[in-house]
Design a protein around this ligand. Sequence first.
Ligand SMILES: [Zn+2]
Length: 85
Amino acid sequence: MTGPDGGHRVRVKWTCVRGHEHDLCVRIRREVPRELRCAEAQEDGYGFGGGGGCTLPTDLTGRVERELRDRFQDAKRRGFVALAA
Ligand SMILES: [Zn+2]
């Protein structure tokens, strides 16, 4: 399944500078295995959890793609991509 823009939605847990663990759904260009896909109901960006007021890294998409390239097996085992501010 691809989105209207042909992107793929991947689950990301981003630990921000304030120490929250934000549940995110990030749209990237590369293929995403089923284990790492967002739930259908989850909206792009902040889905649920965490809270407002935190600014996402501007290069978030690039970091997610890099993490998938460098530590794909870790992410797949976890079921999400883990990023820290
Ligand atoms: Zn936060």
